[in-house]
Design a protein around this ligand. Structure first.
Ligand code: UD1
Length: 423
């Protein structure tokens, strides 16, 4: 693994146009859903990310063939002869677990490694297993693997998918992918409503699945015998877009985002407006402009349509430079605060109390050597570094390459000064 670092010189003010890439979190489960439709599925709008490469590796390890060119991936799932998600691949990316439901539906059995630990905290898989068990799968845990069997076929059921922290995005994806080929009718209550689940459901419908209630917490599915491969374009990445919105706010800049769907960012836009940032819809995207000093605000992360946990760190960075004190509450991953210590090294004034962080606005951030700990925390450090005075070194930027398509190129094109250096 290349251990690149970023050298970022600030402060700079961002201005210009940024094209948002396709959504990572929509692409990953949709790639896995190609397992359900023997033949060639062609997906467009696929971002160029290391997580996507890992997913291709995983699909190939099952017997599929994959081909990538110009933002398109062709997945040939004619042959799936090894329904086995190897630890060596799945440990690199939690989303590897989204092959479980599709494999079970297609092959009647699956063995997938339990995903490993993760810097954002404990992430159990009980809801995934509950959904599949309700559909009739027998599940055992053996040597760190989930061993699932549905020899007699999957059967439709009424399934409640809520957990201690609300709905689960990938557990909904797994249960939905298994249910579309289960015998009879399935009703999923407390389904995740994230746009990435809507995108997966729309792709499955194009393949021939019968799903109603798409976008709501109640999905009704009538099982079908076969699905057909399709051509499908994934939605734009709302988290990448939200990161650039936060970048405009923290640098007091002015950006135009294209290939961006503002309707997926309502909670984020609402917060930006209360922070004194102007956001307006434009054809194919939006325009965001600073209106002077950012104002403090309170943010609580929640399942969609609430404020996304995947933007909590980036907005914390922006609020470090606000006038006044803000409170950030994390309700999805209560330990997702690795960035607090690193932002504090850059002269942010932060106090963590359980799942809350009190952000006292400061006049300026100051450069420092910092460590990227996970994908979104690294994005927060990049934003802080662009706004900070001096030269910041960010170590371990491979975390950011997992989920941002050419972030330094996109930011440099609108005025940032970021150098990627190999160590
Ligand atoms: C997905 C996203 C991730 C985002 C998260 C929440 C992908 C590839 N990843 O992750 O970027 O941060 O949604 O929006 O799409 N939980 C359980 N039991 C389970 C599953 C989840 O208790 O079986 C809990 C989690 O610990 C967490 C909450 O449910 O507290 C939501 O997690 P979940 O929606 O499952 O996250 P992912 O789907 O893994």
């Amino acid at each position: 693994m290349a251990l690149d670092i970023f050298k970022i010189t600030g402060p700079t003010t961002l201005a210009g146009t940024v094209k948002i890439s396709g959504s990572k979190n929509a692409a990953l489960p949709i790639m896995a859903s190609a397992i359900l439709a023997p033949g060639k599925t062609v997906l467009s709008g696929i971002p160029n990310l290391s997580d996507i490469e890992v997913m291709c590796l995983l699909m190939e390890s099952l017997g599929c063939k994959t081909q990538t060119a110009d933002g398109k991936i062709t997945i040939d799932s004619t042959v799936i002869d090894k329904p086995f998600g190897d630890y060596e691949i799945v440990r690199k990316m939690r989303a590897g677990i989204c092959i479980l439901g599709p494999l079970l539906a297609r092959c009647g059995k699956a063995e997938v490694s339990m995903p490993g630990g993760c810097a954002i905290g404990y992430r159990p898989v009980d809801i995934h297993l509950r959904g599949l068990k309700e559909l009739g799968a027998k599940i055992e845990l053996k040597n760190g693997y989930i061993v699932a069997n549905a020899n007699g076929g999957l059967k439709g059921a009424n399934i409640f998918l809520g957990g201690a922290f609300g709905s689960s995005v990938l557990a909904t994806a797994n249960t939905l992918c298994a249910a579309v080929m289960a015998k009879g009718k399935t009703v999923i209550e407390y389904a995740a409503c994230e746009p990435e689940i809507t995108d997966l459901a729309n792709c499955l419908v194009k393949m021939g699945a019968k799903i109603s209630g798409i976008g709501s917490p109640q999905l009704t599915i009538h099982g079908v015998k076969n699905l057909n491969p399709v051509e499908y374009t994934v939605i734009p990445d709302r988290i990448e877009a939200g990161t650039f919105l936060a970048a405009a706010a923290i640098t007091k800049g002015k950006l135009k985002l294209t290939n961006c769907r503002l309707e997926h960012l309502m909670a984020v836009v609402d917060k930006l407006r209360s922070m004194n940032v102007v956001v307006e819809e434009s054809p194919d995207g939006c325009e965001v402009a600073s209106n002077g000093q950012i104002k403090a605000t309170d943010i609580t992360t929640l399942p969609y349509p609430g404020f996304p946990t995947d933007l909590q760190a980036q907005f914390m960075a922006a609020l470090c430079l606000a006038k006044g004190n803000s409170v950030i509450t994390e309700k999805i991953f209560p330990d997702r605060f690795m960035h607090v210590a690193e932002l504090s090294r850059m002269a942010a004034d932060l106090r963590k109390e359980g799942p809350h962080v009190i952000v006292c606005g400061v006049e300026k951030l100051i450069s420092a050597p910092v460590m990227a700990s996970d994908l979104r925390a690294s994005a927060a450090l990049v934003l802080a570094a662009i706004a900070a005075h001096g030269e910041t070194i960010i170590n371990r930027v491979y975390h950011i390459d997992r989920g941002y398509d050419r972030i330094e190129e996109k930011l440099n094109a609108v005025g940032a000064n970021i150098q990627r250096l190999a160590t």
